[in-house]
Design a protein around this ligand. Structure first.
Ligand code: ACO
Length: 326
């Protein structure tokens, strides 16, 4: 048994193909779909996103991010004894992207591996599970990854959704520690909202039944998101005996700058304390929080000893928050 699970290394990876809003607008114009940099920036804060090459899968992006996190933690891949990958765009129906990642990392120690599917809340779900397993003594060094190739499930004839998402991966190494790390978390779901954000297809008899492309009621998602995020943040702080004033950094799921501003306002946090990467990455679903965390660690914003609140919201409908000390 151990007292805490603590993040000891972070990493991230974006595929090299970067499209600004103008680049995407020019591509969409060829299909007769009209959009503009002005519309996208004003409604979402997004300025650019990265798209993976057709032969690159979530496990490939996860591999690059994981290598960085493992190096930053000062360990080797063989030291990892648990892999959890949060993704809604797995390489295959099965086996898990975590199993494929284990093999690509060359890990031969037989450690348990599995995927978590909670869409954009996937990383806070995965981190909470890894924290519980470490504190229970089931693992000592977990690799927790969010990796997505959302470009594969976008309908490029639907301008209300295809401008919002991008591809990428982020990873952390979470280790058993006597020093405080993850302090509290708070996870939720409401399955009655399945239809407002989904990819409603499935494989059956060698065919795809239903649509394999993302569909979203943007306004319904927006309303639900701004209604739950500050509550999850407060519940997490309460569990740790802390208040909003103790937060050094808020790292929200990077979907839309207006949702982040609304949550920050409700928590009485200045936007100076919010890590924002949505402008450069778009919404990378389960990858967005670990991508933003790694960005903030590497550029010196997030420092050792600071309190960081991560919060995610997404399809399911799922939402949750994790409070940690770096
Ligand atoms: N370019 C130009 N015009 C557009 C575009 C576009 N890309 N998309 C929509 N429009 C038009 C619409 O057709 C509409 O035109 P009309 O008034 O002539 O009918 C107008 O813009 C307004 O459309 P709305 O849908 O009302 O725009 P809204 O202000 O609601 O913004 C948005 C849409 C950005 C999707 C917003 O609702 C939102 O951000 N919702 C949350 C989405 C989100 O965060 N999703 C991710 C959740 S996480 C996960 O699990 C994946």
């Amino acid at each position: 048994m151990t007292s805490y699970a603590r993040i000891t290394g972070t990493g991230s990876y974006l595929p090299p193909r970067r499209l600004t809003n103008n680049d995407l607008a020019a591509e969409l114009a060829q299909r007769g779909i009209e959009t503009s940099d002005e519309w996208i920036v004003e409604r979402t804060g997004i300025r650019a996103r990265h798209f993976a090459a057709p032969d690159v899968g979530s496990s490939d992006l996860a591999l690059e991010a994981s290598r960085q996190a493992i190096e930053a933690a000062g360990i080797t891949a063989q030291d990892i004894d648990l892999i959890i990958v949060a993704t809604s765009t797995p390489d295959m129906v099965f086996p898990s992207t975590a199993a494929i990642l284990q093999n690509k990392l060359g890990i031969t120690n037989g450690c348990p591996v599995f995927d978590v599917q909670a869409v954009c809340s996937g990383f806070v779900y995965a981190l909470t599970v890894a924290d519980a397993m470490i504190r229970a003594g089931t693992a000592r060094r977990a690799l927790v990854v969010g990796a997505e190739v959302f470009s594969r499930i976008l309908n490029f004839n639907d301008r209300t959704t295809c401008v919002l998402f991008g591809d990428g991966a982020g990873a952390v190494v979470l280790e058993a520690s006597e020093e405080p790390g993850i302090l509290a978390s708070d996870l939720h779901a409401d399955g009655s909202h399945v239809g407002i954000l989904c990819v409603p297809g499935h494989v059956s008899g060698g065919e795809i039944l239903g649509s394999p492309l993302l569909t979203m009621d943007g306004q319904a998602v927006f309303k639900l998101a701004v209604g739950v995020l500050d509550k999850a943040a407060r519940a997490t702080l309460d569990k740790a005996g802390l208040t909003e004033a103790d937060i050094d950094w808020l790292i929200p799921h990077q979907a839309n700058i207006r949702i982040m501003q609304s949550t920050a306002r409700k928590l009485k946090l200045s936007m100076d304390k919010v890590v924002v990467t949505v402008d450069q990455h778009g919404n990378t679903s389960a990858a967005s929080i670990p991508l933003a965390l790694d960005h903030a660690v590497r550029n010196g914003q997030v420092k050792k000893g600071q309190h960081v609140l991560l919060e995610g919201v997404g399809g399911g409908f799922t939402w949750g928050a994790v409070l940690l000390k770096m």
